[in-house]
Write a new protein. Sequence first.
Length: 200
Amino acid sequence: MKNKLGVFWIITVSALGLLLASVNASAQGPRFIPEGREIDLLPPYCAAKMKDVNSSYWQEKLGPKNFVHIHHLCFALYAKNKAISTFDKKDRQYLLQRAIGNFEYIESHVEPDFILLVIVYIEKADVYRLLDMYAKAEEYYLKAIRFNPDYAKAYASYSQYFVYRNDYAKAEEVLMNGLKMIPDSRSLNRRLKRLKKKIK
C-alpha cells in the first residue's frame, strides 16, 4: 500500500511540476513551440521528428545523432517566424531570444559536419539582425559561407543584410564573391541584376 501511495505521490508531483512549468512559460511570453498544423508549415524534418512522418527517412538522411535533436531547430524557426509577424515589442524580443537559445542548443549538440548547420548559421544571423546585433549577424553570415562556400543562400542572405542596412556596394560585393564560387547560380545572378537596377 505504501509503495502504491509513493508511486501516486511521485506521479502527482511530476504532473503538478509540468503544469506549473507550462503556466510559468506562458506567463513569461508567447508560445514558441509549434503544434498541429503549424508543424506542417515548417521543413519536412520537423514533421518527421514531431509527428513521426517519414522519420526513418530523415534519420538516415540527417544522421541519428543529429535527428534526435532536430526539433530544437524547428522550435527556433517557428519562434523566428512568429516574431516577424508579432507587433508587440516585448513578445517579439522574447521569441527572438527563444530562437537564439534553440539555435545554440543545436550548435552544441549536433556533429560538426551536420549538413543543416549552414541553415542554422544563416537563420541565426537573421535573428541577430532582427535584434539589431549587427556584429553577431555578420559573424554568423560569414560562418555560413565558410561552412559551405557553394551554398547560394548564404551569399544571398548576407547580401540582403547589407541591403537592409542601405549598403548597396557591400551587398553587390557579397553577390560577386558568391558568383566567383558558383558562377552558374541563377538566384545570385538574378539578385545581382535586381540590385544593379536598384543602385542606378
